[in-house]
Design a protein around this ligand. Sequence first.
Ligand code: MRU
Length: 356
Amino acid sequence: MKIEGKNYRTIWFENNEVKIIDQTKLPHKFIIKSLKNIKDAINAIKTMEVRGAPLIGATAAYGLVLSIIEKNDLSFLKKSSEDLISSRPTAINLKWAVDRMMKKLSGVNNSDILKIALDEAKAITEEDVEFCKNIGINGLKIIEDISKKKKDVVNILTHCNAGWLATIDWGTATSPIYHAHQKGIKVHVWVDETRPRNQGANLTSYELNEEKIPNTIITDNTGGILMQRGKIDMCIVGTDRTLSNGDVCNKIGTYLKALSAKDNNIPFYVALPSSTIDWNIKDHKKIPIEERNSEELSHIEGVDENNNFKRVRIYPQKSKSLNLAFDVTPAKLVTGLITEKGICEASEQGLKGLFN
Ligand code: MRU
């Protein structure tokens, strides 16, 4: 998708380095950063220079390429893979990508390993672009139907950033929106700010602006009243891990939006590529929920009038806080899952119908 009219992807390989857009600086500064070794890749994931389930999966795949460039040694590669997996535990795409890479590399000669690793990392990114594009084509039908019935602008609420910045291109939740916009359907997006790191305000609104899609940032608590007053036609969110029974783990606050949508009879869709499905865990209480540094709550960063970054404390110094990064929306609150293979019910039967 575009930034200042120029097409970008979120990650690419160039001159033996991995290039990323540093998302901690957006929307104020657009900085392309080079990751030169495995430490850089892990740091980029941990500090959320890259974020969003599909993108951290791709970064982990390229991280293993960097690990091989640094030291072509099996035990170093194994250690790199373990460190990557533990760098952000909730999003399943990270483990999925590392496992896929390690399976591909097992038993490969030292002399061939770099090329095979690079090819596989590229395949993972290309596949994600294709999957996200298809999510858009499939989800477009839902927006089209609402638009035909309503004969007016379709108002869509989204939470966090499940846009192209969270993937390689297109995004998951935003892909149907981008496809609708490109088809000339009038859409407007309500963008949840998404405290504490404000991925909605800083990233979703930013990328929608760059694609000229009308959007309005709201606080995370505003969705309820907008739903009661008929200002929201549908919700689409992304997910960091969806269980085979259709339970959806996503950015903290998603569950409350789904409850409110149910109470107001508003369709609540979740968009995901198959790399986000966890076929193993059956009970959502077993999903590791990232507990992040409480300073993400107590401090806030922005820019001053000279566009210089400033970080300030906003909480009483003595107060304790709890910063859980994700919650789980039970399948019964989800209208449907929009995947690269089609739309299905949020259930084991629904998912197995699309994916064997
Ligand atoms: O903590 P983040 O910013 O990595 O959050 C993950 C997300 O971007 C969202 O939860 C998103 O909706 C799912 S990823 C497409």
